[in-house]
Design a protein around this ligand. Structure first.
Ligand SMILES: [Cu+2]
Length: 501
C-alpha cells in the first residue's frame, strides 16, 4: 500500500469523527481496507470491515452517590458503580461506544493501552473536542490486540473520581487454560470525602507556593531535587517517594477493606486474575495470601511466565497472573507503596471454610519476592523485530513539589516542544527521570519495548532512573506521552508525540 492510500484511509477516519460529533451513529460505507502484505503493519481501521463483529455499548457519565461498603460518597461514575461497566470484545472486533455526558463538565474517554485509530483516543484539544455537558460522542475503533485494558477520562483530574472501568480484549487464539477469570481493579479514593480531586490539585498547587516568575526556567536539570518535602529519603526502595496525596481509602473493585469484594472458587481451581491499577497517585504491591502468582501478561502483552510472591502495579499498569487455589479463605491485598495512612486495598478469595482475615492483614508474600517489570521477558511472539533505531528522542522528566510544577524537556505541556516521528521509523525514546519521585510513564496508541524487549504501554521509572524505550511508528496521528500520576500530568508532565511527513 502506498503512502497516499494510507493517508486516504486516515481522512476517512476524520470524517467519521465529525459524523459522531453531530450525533449520527450510522457508520459510513467501509473504505478501502489496507493490505496486510506491505512492509509496515496495517493501521488500525477506522471503519468496520465487511463481516467484522461490532461491539456496541452506551456509557453514561453522571453524578452518583456510591456505597463503598460503609462510606457513601457523592462522585462521578459511568453508570451506578465504580468500577463502571465492563467492556468486552475479541481482538479484531469493531467497538462502537457512545458516551453520554450527564456530568456538569466537559469530558472524554481515553481507551488506555489500545492501539486504536487516533481520532478515538479521547485527548481533548489533540484528537477531539471535549464532549460538553449534556452532549454525547461515539467512539469507533478496532481493538487489534488482545489483553487487559481500561478506560477513563482524559480531562483534568476526572480519573481520580469514579470514572474508570475495565476493557478486556479476548484472544481468539488463546486456549484459556483456566477455570475462572477475575477482573481486579485497584483505586485510591478521595472524592466525596470532604474533598474532590479538583480540591486536592488546588491544595497541592497552593501548598507548593507561588511559581517563580519567568516561566519554567528553574525546571531543567536537577530541578526535581528540591522534592524532598515528604520524606523521600527515608521511603523504602525501590520507588522512593511514590505519591503526593493522602487518601482516606484504598479500594478493590470499589470496596473498602472492612466490606471487601469476595471471589469464590473451588480448591484446586486455576484462576486468571486480571489486575488493573486505576489509581491516580498510588503504586500498589499486590499479593494473594498463601499463594504464589504466575505472571503471564504485562499491559496486555504475553510474557515468559514468571512465578512471584507479589508484584508492583504503577498507575495505569495491568498484569495478568495465574494461580492455583488452595482450600480456605485468603486475602488479596493491594498495599499502597510508601503511604502510611488510609490502610490498604483488600478482597477475599474463598474456596472453603475459614476465618476471614481482617482489613489490616499482612500476608507474608508482601515481604517475599516482588516482581519488577524489568524482571520480565516478553513472549517471543510479541518481541519487536531486531532493528537499529532510525531516530532518537530524549525525554527528561522534571519538576518539583514547591512550586507544584511538573514538566518534560524543560517546560510543562503546552509550552514544551512536541516529539516528532515519521511513519515507519523505529524510534528510540531515551527517558531520564530527573526527579526524586517515581513516575509511571504512559504512551498512547502504541506499545514500546523495554531494553529487555518487554512490551508495555506504561512503565515505572524510579527516581533518577534512565531507560531506553523503543517503538515502531506504525500508528499515524497525534499522541500523548505522559506521567500517569494524574496530578503530575495535569500539572504539566505530558508531551506530544506527533507524526510528521
Ligand atoms: Cu509523575
Amino acid at each position: 500500500m502506498t503512502g497516499m492510500s494510507r493517508r486516504t484511509l486516515l481522512l476517512g477516519g476524520l470524517g467519521l469523527g465529525a459524523a459522531a460529533l453531530t450525533g449520527c451513529t450510522s457508520a459510513p460505507a467501509a473504505g478501502p481496507v489496507p493490505s496486510a502484505s506491505g512492509p509496515m503493519p496495517t493501521l488500525p481501521p477506522a471503519t468496520p470491515r465487511p463481516g467484522q463483529r461490532i461491539v456496541e455499548q452506551v456509557l453514561t457519565a453522571k453524578p452518583v452517590t456510591l456505597d463503598l461498603g460503609g462510606p457513601t460518597v457523592p462522585t462521578w461514575a459511568y453508570g451506578d458503580t465504580a468500577p463502571g461497566p465492563l467492556v468486552r470484545a475479541t481482538a479484531g472486533d469493531f467497538l462502537r461506544i457512545r458516551l453520554d455526558n450527564q456530568l456538569p463538565a466537559d469530558t472524554t474517554i481515553h481507551w488506555h493501552g489500545i492501539r486504536l485509530h487516533n481520532k478515538a483516543d479521547g485527548v481533548p484539544g489533540m484528537t477531539q473536542d471535549p464532549v460538553p455537558a449534556g452532549g454525547s460522542f461515539t467512539y469507533e475503533f478496532t481493538a487489534p490486540d488482545p489483553g487487559t485494558y481500561f478506560f477513563h477520562p482524559h480531562v483534568g483530574v476526572q480519573l481520580d473520581r469514579g470514572l474508570y472501568a475495565p476493557l478486556i480484549v479476548d484472544d481468539p487464539n488463546e486456549p484459556g487454560a483456566y477455570d475462572a477469570e477475575w477482573v481486579v481493579v485497584l483505586d485510591d479514593w478521595v472524592d466525596g470525602t470532604g474533598r474532590t480531586p479538583d480540591d486536592v490539585l488546588a491544595k497541592l498547587i497552593a501548598d507548593g507556593g507561588p511559581a517563580p516568575s519567568g516561566g519554567m526556567g528553574g525546571m531543567g536539570g536537577m530541578g526535581g531535587m528540591d522534592h524532598g518535602g515528604h520524606g523521600g529519603g527515608n521511603a523504602p526502595q525501590p520507588w522512593g517517594d511514590a505519591g503526593d496525596v493522602t487518601y482516606p481509602y484504598f479500594l478493590i473493585n470499589g470496596r473498602v477493606p472492612t466490606a471487601p469484594a469476595t471471589f469464590e472458587a473451588k480448591p484446586g481451581q486455576r484462576v486468571r486474575i486480571r489486575l488493573i491499577n486505576a489509581a491516580s497517585d498510588t503504586i500498589f504491591t499486590v499479593a494473594l495470601g498463601g499463594h504464589r502468582l504466575t505472571v503471564t501478561h504485562g499491559d496486555g502483552f504475553p510474557v515468559e511466565p514468571r512465578e512471584v510472591d507479589a508484584l508492583y502495579l504503577g498507575m495505569g499498569e495491568r498484569y495478568d497472573a495465574l494461580v492455583t487455589l488452595d482450600d480456605g479463605v485468603f486475602p488479596l491485598v493491594a498495599r499502597p507503596f510508601g503511604k502510611t495512612e488510609g490502610g490498604q486495598g483488600l478482597a477475599l478469595v474463598t474456596t472453603g471454610s475459614g476465618q476471614a482475615p481482617g482489613p489490616d492483614v499482612s500476608p507474608a508474600e508482601l515481604a517475599g519476592r516482588i516482581l519488577l517489570a524489568t524482571d520480565l521477558r516478553p513472549h517471543e511472539s510479541v518481541r519487536l523485530p531486531s532493528r537499529s533505531p532510525d531516530a532518537t528522542a530524549h525525554m527528561s522528566l522534571e519538576g518539583s513539589m514547591s512550586p507544584y510544577r511538573w514538566g518534560i524537556n524543560g517546560a510543562p505541556f503546552g509550552q514544551n516542544q512536541p516529539l516528532t516521528v515519521r511513519e515507519g521509523q523505529r524510534l528510540r525514546l531515551n527517558v531520564m527521570n530527573m526527579t526524586m519521585m517515581t513516575h509511571p510513564l504512559h504512551l498512547h496508541g502504541h506499545t514500546f519495548a523495554l531494553p529487555t524487549g518487554l512490551r508495555k504501554d506504561t512503565v515505572l521509572l524510579a527516581p533518577m532512573q534512565s531507560m531506553a524505550l523503543e517503538l515502531d511508528a506504525d500508528n499515524v496521528g497525534d499522541w500523548m506521552v505522559h506521567c500517569h500520576n494524574i496530578y503530575h500530568a495535569e500539572a504539566g508532565m505530558m508531551i506530544g508525540l506527533l507524526y510528521r511527513g
